[in-house]
Write a protein of this length. Structure first.
Length: 403
């Protein structure tokens, strides 16, 4: 689910147009988190104890997918003001962003604390609902959205969360109804159009689904172009318009290529075939690649002299690509972004070096005790090098994600 960044109340930091805090708030509302960060950091240099500025800085960091930095800022705020509801709401959102695959339960606990402090505020129930959805507690989340709507009938994001819940429950009618309510109240909710389109596609209301997808493209959100294309493909396939389904994948591949790509038709055809497997498409692709990789490695290993070295290169490249993408998926930040931060970079680098050294040490011990007397101890080889780098990369990327 694409999370909804909490942006606070428009007037919560005063009404003076020249107020830097209000300028930062406006920047956040206009999706300009870098501008807001710059304003907040400059102000904190002069007033390091100003709580409101630090809360806004944390929100800017969350919007830039720097959730762990945001959490550090919020911990400073909550140490002095444990009942600061704005900080609690943003902290819950930041915690959800730290691990998109398995968000921490603390995100729910923090949101529930905000509800306890302000039970009559719709936005506290909304954040709790979002946290509960990520923890797969859809029934409790639905109850929180109902409470939010009761307190604020015009809260469009609450209806959008309901549409997400009903989509997961495969209750297409209620999903469509909730999505329609969301976009009626806020026509710029691109994610709500996307969710409604999926339910419309399931009911074989293809033309309506395509109209919703057009609106989803018009109003950018956390939904990627690739996700929209996948639903479009589903609609066309249900209508048996296979040529149109293939055409949108071909257009996507060509738009992503800086130069004319001779492999574009083949890549588009692969994406089209995988679309038949729905959400299981990536797993099917990994399985196919795995089989092909084993065949390649088996064949490469038979090449005299260089076979072992080529095997190492292929395995190292594969682990590097998978680890690089896993960091982005799990932490919400690119590996480069994480490596530019001193703490994650130091821990990941140390873990990589320590793991490689440990593997080489074990290789040396094995070679020493298995090599006949009066023979040279050969511990450095293609297998030991490949194994050490692959294992070190795996440990390094894991530490990079959690440091």
């Amino acid at each position: 689910m694409g999370r909804m960044n909490f942006k606070g109340n428009p007037g919560m930091y005063g009404d003076v147009a020249t107020n830097p805090l209000q300028k930062a708030q406006i920047a956040l509302s206009n999706n300009q988190p870098m501008v807001a960060e710059d304003i907040c950091r400059k102000r904190l240099e002069k007033k390091p104890n100003e709580v409101m500025t630090r809360v806004l800085l944390a929100q800017a960091l969350v919007q830039m997918s720097r959730a762990k930095e945001a959490i550090q800022e919020l911990e400073v705020v909550l140490k002095d003001q444990p009942n600061n509801v704005e900080a609690l709401l943003i902290l819950s959102n930041a915690l959800l962003a730290t691990n998109q695959m398995n968000p921490p339960k603390e995100a729910v606990d923090v949101a529930r604390r905000a509800v306890q402090l302000q039970p009559k505020a719709a936005r506290t129930h909304l954040q709790l609902a979002e946290a509960l959805v990520t923890r797969k507690d859809s029934d409790s989340a639905l109850a929180e959205t109902e409470e939010a709507i009761k307190l604020d009938p015009r809260m469009a994001p609450a209806y959008m969360i309901q549409s997400i819940i009903y989509l997961e429950k495969k209750n297409w009618d209620e999903c469509i109804k909730a999505a329609q309510s969301a976009v009626r109240l806020d026509k710029t909710l691109g994610a709500a159009y996307y969710i409604g389109a999926q339910a419309l596609a399931e009911q074989k209301r293809g033309d309506e689904a395509l109209e919703y997808l057009q609106q989803a493209e018009r109003y950018p959100s956390m939904v990627s172009q690739g996700q929209i294309i996948a639903v479009k493909s589903t609609v066309y396939r249900k209508q048996r318009k296979y040529r149109e389904a293939y055409a949108i994948y071909l257009k996507q591949v060509r738009e992503r290529s800086a130069k004319k790509n001779p492999f574009a038709p083949a890549l588009a055809a692969l994406n089209f075939v995988l679309s038949f497997f729905g959400q299981n498409g990536p797993y099917v692709l990994v399985g196919v690649i795995g089989v092909l990789l084993l065949l390649i490695l088996f064949g490469v290993s038979k090449i005299p002299v260089v076979g072992g070295g080529l095997n190492d290169v292929i395995l190292i490249a594969l682990v590097a690509v998978l680890g690089w993408n896993a960091v982005k998926l799990a932490s919400g930040q690119t590996a480069i972004s994480r490596l530019t931060q001193p703490r994650p970079a130091a821990f990941a680098g140390g873990a990589f070096a320590a793991t490689a050294a440990a593997v080489f040490g074990v290789a040396w011990l094995i070679a020493k005790f298995t090599t006949p007397a009066h023979h040279a101890v050969v511990w450095f080889s293609a297998p030991s090098f490949g194994f050490s780098v692959v294992l070190a990369l795996t440990v390094g990327f894991t530490v990079l994600n959690y440091a």
